[in-house]
Design a protein around this ligand. Structure first.
Ligand code: FMN
Length: 169
């Protein structure tokens, strides 16, 4: 049994939809590979995720918004809480990163990449950034709806991770 842990934070819904899409994609990939029972996908909010779950995973997907040019606070707090407990214990595991953003997202993606480099995780693809076009205070505060085409890309990211886990032996 391979375990894919999807850690997410979302304030207005975009990253949550993206994380759920990634989970769907992972489950679909396992079905396509005719190994539906060989993959356990766990979707866990960052605030509820502990280092034990990180250690127990075979692959990881991180999904969160960019806030003030960096990772959202809740997601960063997850990394702060788990970083040293997992250091040197998860090297080589595959990961993917999804970022929801108003108009940029690069700062948050870079931050996740640096943290995962420290953990010596292996990126399965470049970070996927979904821009929602929110820039005014009202747009920022509004509930978000991620377009189907963007959700399909998130599903692909989850599917890629699942495929790698299930074919890695
Ligand atoms: C306090 C705050 C700061 C933000 N800063 C940025 C930013 O630096 N760059 C950016 O592209 N979007 C920024 N945004 C926009 C969010 O990333 C965007 O609304 C995203 O869709 C939120 O994701 P969520 O719906 O998963 O919470 C900011 C939003 C908030 C609330």
């Amino acid at each position: 049994m391979k375990r894919l842990l999807i850690v997410w934070h979302s304030r207005t819904g975009a990253a949550r939809q993206m994380a759920e899409a990634a989970a769907r994609g992972a489950v679909a990939a396992a079905a396509l590979l005719e190994q539906p029972d060989d993959l356990a996908v766990t979707l866990r909010r960052a605030a509820d995720t502990g280092v034990d779950e990180v250690l127990a995973s075979d692959g990881l997907l991180f999904c969160a918004p960019e806030n003030l040019a960096s990772l959202s606070g809740e997601m960063k707090e997850f990394f702060d809480r788990c970083y040293y407990g997992a250091l040197d214990r998860i090297a080589g595991r595959p990961y993917a990163c999804l970022v929801s953003a108003g108009s940029d997202g690069a700062g948050a993606a870079r931050q996740v990449e640096r943290i995962c480099t420290g953990w010596r995780l292996r990126a399965v693809a470049p970070a996927l950034i979904v821009n929602l076009g929110a820039q005014t205070p009202a747009q920022i505060a509004a509930p978000k709806r991620v377009a189907p085409a963007e959700l399909a890309r998130c599903e692909e990211a989850g599917g890629l991770l699942a495929g790698l886990l299930l074919t890695a032996g």
